[in-house]
Design a protein around this ligand. Structure first.
Ligand code: SAH
Length: 383
């Protein structure tokens, strides 16, 4: 009995193939491969297997979908097993559903082997999680390729507050961004475009939404490229990015509470742990309670890193804690300072309207928390 596999090859890096995919490739008599698939995956194909390239290559037209299905059927009816390899996941903008139905309609069982879709892999390749507590409660995968009646409702998408991940968006990006801006999305919404993610040719730019098309043009990015729009993009952290394009916008506040006599090194270590790979430049200001304003290590840490130190009164900190019952409390801090917590409320007070990104961490006499602004941070008031 002939069998068919519909296989996702992942975003590019061969090591991102699933074990199931490798096993199926090793078993197939015929392999149909899309142009987006890294040809290195063919190392797993049997030497005597037939390999058919069916995607767009070097500007030539791709094989029409009906021909691809007809070819698969021909081989399957001749009792050859067929592996159909697609980039990313076959069910995400891959027309995998059409091929599955066409084969099932003639009674051929198909095993679908999923792959890592570019919409997750490309942002992740530059350190962007497409969802992140406090920044985005979800992500929307959308094609930028369709037009006319099938055009996504960009105005509606602009107001979801969720991460937007756009596939095939390069040709119409300026039009799409215009529609998002008209739909009320802030022009400074953090955005990025990632080309050829997970391959040696991977490149990316990060820019505020309104400037993304010119940043892409300046960098000369080409398809295949994923565009990701939303606050999570501010978490992008990949070394080697050209600083003029991708210098992190400082959008974070670092709330600090500390024992008397801590050292600058202890404060720096705690800050770096809380940042978790993000650079110190992502911090816009350091915030603490007035009673700690003269702590010399804290002042030195701010001077060394060119960061304003903002302070809040006991009353402001108490109000913030009262308004947010879930914030961490400490009886020791209560006894010492008259409020049950410092770092979390201070981080939040310094980012009005923002959210807690990294909850309280206690490290070596220092407590730290990080908050992030909703979009454009208001100017902090230096001490
Ligand atoms: N089924 C695929 C998507 C096919 S649509 C998947 O799940 O990933 C083709 C689009 O995917 C491209 O235009 C591009 O937007 C995106 N894409 C695929 N591979 C990519 C890669 N390695 N880097 C960036 N974008 C990629």
């Amino acid at each position: 009995m002939s069998r068919a596999w519909l296989i996702g090859a992942g975003p590019g890096d061969v090591e991102l193939l699933t074990i199931k995919a490798v096993r199926a490739l090793a078993a197939a008599d015929v392999v149909l491969i899309d142009a987006l698939v890294n040809p290195d995956v063919l190392q797993f194909v049997r030497p005597d297997a037939r390999v058919l390239h069916v995607g767009k290559r070097g500007g030539h037209a791709s094989t029409p979908q009906a021909d691809i299905i007809a070819t698969m059927l021909t081989h399957l009816q001749a009792r050859r097993s067929v592996a159909r390899l697609k980039g990313g996941d076959p069910f995400v903008f891959g027309r995998g559903g059409e091929e599955l139905l066409a084969l099932q309609n003639v009674g051929i069982p198909v095993e679908v082997i999923h792959g890592i879709t570019a919409g997750v892999a490309a942002p992740a390749a530059i350190g962007i999680p497409i969802t992140h507590r406090g920044l985005s409660q979800g992500a929307i995968f959308v094609t930028g390729h369709s037009a006319g009646d099938e055009e996504p409702d960009w105005h509606a998408l602009a107001s979801t507050g969720l991460t937007l991940v756009i596939y095939m968006g390069m040709h119409r990006l300026a039009t799409i961004i215009d529609a998002l801006l008209q739909g009320g999305m802030a022009p400074d919404t953090p955005s990025a475009a990632i080309q050829s993610a997970t391959l040696p040719s991977q490149r990316h730019v990060a820019a505020p939404l309104a400037q993304l098309p010119s940043a892409i043009a300046d960098a000369g990015l080409k398809p295949p490229t994923i565009v990701v729009i939303g606050d999570v993009t501010s978490l992008a952290a990949v070394p080697g990015v050209s600083p003029d394009i991708a210098a992190p916008t400082p959008t974070l506040t670092l709330g600090i509470g500390c024992r008397s006599g801590v050292t600058v090194d202890q404060i720096r270590s705690a800050a770096l742990v809380a940042l978790g790979g993000r650079p110190l430049q992502a911090i816009r200001c350091v915030a603490t309670i007035e009673a700690k304003a003269q702590e010399s290590a804290l002042k030195t840490f701010c001077v060394e890193n060119d960061l304003p130190l903002v302070t809040f009164s006991v009353a402001e900190v108490r109000d913030c804690l009262d308004a947010q019952p879930t914030l961490a409390r400490s009886t020791a801090v209560q006894d010492h300072l008259g409020v049950p917590g410092v770092c979390e409320p201070c981080a939040l007070l310094a980012a009005p309207g923002g959210t807690l990104l990294v909850p309280k961490l206690m490290l070596d006499g220092v407590t730290v928390a990080i908050a992030t602004y909703p979009s454009t941070p208001p100017a902090p008031t230096p001490l």
